[in-house]
Design a protein around this ligand. Structure first.
Ligand code: AMP
Length: 509
């Protein structure tokens, strides 16, 4: 199934219905969205782009982003969305790795990319200047097969070079249907708001909203501004959005000031750990609007979900424990916890989270990073090894601990930074925190914490130490605290623990 066929069906059902909006201004109806995508496909084919060829997009969120995506799929090509926040050099590397023939860009990105080696040979097409629709019959969408790759999803790469995850039409179809089964209902009255990069998780939610003929809204800022999101939600109504945990925090602060989040239907959060203290506060301020998902590029958006009711129902006896989990397996996957030797871990034991099912990627793109070798490492014995450490409880709820490489081993005992971070964050003066291991001649590693305080609050190491002593085993307490103005993050807002380790090395050198 080609996603362009979903677009055609929605256009056929209601050609005049609003499809693409910039803020609250409609810039294309479904009829015009589908026609422009089909026309763009013809232009791409005219330039020699054949089914299976790669076409990149390096642009900030804009309504034309979706026309480009659907034009690419209509032609049977593979879309390579690149995070607009990447350095042009990094984007050029991805273009070269994917062997993209064409890259859709904004004017500004075009200037930056043109001077980078790696992108030469790739035609830069301006999104601000897409061809107008002309008269004449247009071809039908390419008859894409389930196993055809349609999206090359470059991982966010908190370490090393990003890898191109090959996502097939079947992967994305299953992800889309899982949304209906496990996350939320969607109707043509709804709107999806793209406040996080469309190249990543937020963009993956376009499919279900195209399938249902809903509105696609890009905020005029092209990014995430909490006040803008709440204003738009109030004006448009029935707005859903994907938000990383840092965005949820800012949304909650803004909603508290306004006294609510009128018009906001669902905030799907995920992509990184949501700390218990933060989600409890979010539920207090926002009410039953939050759903959590856990996924990764290699198994997009649909490994587990914690439903709206589970997030919001404070009367449930184990509400807090559930909130600290990422929920239960979504419908399309089998979930397991394995020990390093591949044997299953019993209930409650921490091991590596593994996933099986038709949602798992076809593999990594061969490119320059030796895709076959990386694929063989990631998919073993029929399971995708996610690199995340976690434990399942007797009811099937998964609690994530840390990425396997972030686990601290001190005196032979595993310490999961997240557990220590959760405790430190309950201090009212602590805004953000990240816990890492520091090499120690005696213990192998000891625990240290980087702490960002809330403006105007003075937090002492003694207070934090007392908090840890009251809540977790002594050996898990940080041996040192570093108070910093902010934490290093990648372009998706994920904390770069590697950069913190480097900083530590510099300070102790
Ligand atoms: P990416 O492939 O860039 O989307 O990153 C996926 C990784 O983000 C996962 O392997 C997890 O480590 C992390 N992640 C995603 N969703 C969640 C979640 N709900 N809670 C905690 N971590 C998450």
């Amino acid at each position: 199934m080609n996603p362009a066929e979903w677009l055609q069906r929605s256009a056929g059902n209601a050609p005049g219905r609003a499809a693409l909006l910039l803020g609250d201004t409609v810039v294309a109806s479904y009829g015009s969205f589908a026609a422009r995508a089909a026309h763009l496909a013809a232009e791409l084919s005219g330039r020699g782009v054949a089914p299976g060829d790669r076409v990149a997009i390096f642009a900030k969120n804009c309504p034309e982003y979706l026309i480009a995506l659907y034009g690419i799929w209509h032609a049977g090509a593979i879309a390579v969305p690149i995070n607009a926040k990447l350095h042009p050099r990094e984007a050029a590397w991805i273009i070269g790795d994917a062997g993209a023939q064409v890259c859709f860009v904004t004017e500004e990105a075009a200037r930056d990319l043109a001077v980078e080696p790696g992108a030469e040979g790739c035609a830069l097409w301006s999104l601000g200047n897409l061809p107008a629709v002309s008269e004449g019959a247009l071809s039908a969408p390419h008859p894409t097969l389930p196993q055809d790759v349609i999206w090359l999803f470059y991982t966010s790469g908190t370490t090393g070079r990003p890898k191109g995850v090959m996502l097939t039409a079947l992967n994305l179809m299953l992800m889309t249907l899982s949304y209906l089964a496990d996350v939320d209902e969607v109707s043509e009255q709804d709107a999806i708001l793209y406040a996080a990069p469309m190249s990543h998780g937020a963009g993956l939610y376009n499919f279900i909203h195209v399938m249902r003929g809903a509105r696609h809204v890009v905020p005029p800022s092209g990014g995430f501004e909490a006040a803008e999101v709440l204003d738009l939600a109030a004006r448009l109504g029935n707005v859903s959005m994907f938000a990383a945990p840092t965005m949820v925090r800012r949304l909650v602060d803004a909603a508290r000031v306004r006294g609510g989040a009128e018009g906001l239907k669902t905030v799907i959060y995920g992509g990184g750990p949501m700390y218990l203290a933060d989600i409890v506060e979010a539920v207090e301020v926002m009410g039953p609007r939050l759903v959590q998902i856990y996924g990764q590029g290699e198994c997009p958006m649909a490994i587990t979900a914690l439903s709206r009711a589970e997030v919001a129902d404070r009367s449930a006896p184990n509400w807090r424990a559930r909130l600290a989990s990422v929920g239960r397996a979504q419908s399309g996957v089998r979930l397991g916890i394995l020990r390093p030797d591949g044997s299953p871990a019993p209930v409650g034991e921490i091991g590596e989270v593994v996933v099986q099912g038709a949602l798992v990627m076809a593999g990594y793109w061969a490119g320059q990073t030796n895709g076959a070798e990386s694929t063989a490492k990631a998919i073993r014995d029929g399971w995708l090894w996610t690199g995340d450490m976690g434990a399942l409880d007797a009811d099937g709820y998964l609690t994530l601990h840390d990425r396997s490489k972030d686990v601290i081993i001190s005196g032979g005992t595993n310490i999961y930074p997240r557990e220590v971070e959760e405790v430190l964050l309950t201090h009212p003066g602590v805004h953000e925190v990240s816990v890492i291991g520091r090499p120690d001649p005696e213990w192998g590693e000891d625990v240290v914490a980087f702490v960002v305080c809330r403006p105007g609050s003075a937090v002492t190491p003694e207070e934090l130490d007392a908090l840890c002593l009251a809540n977790i085993a002594r050996f898990k307490r940080p041996k040192a605290y570093f108070f910093v103005p902010d934490l290093p993050k990648n372009n998706y807002g994920k904390v770069l623990k590697g950069a913190l380790r480097d900083k530590l090395k510099e300070e102790t050198a």
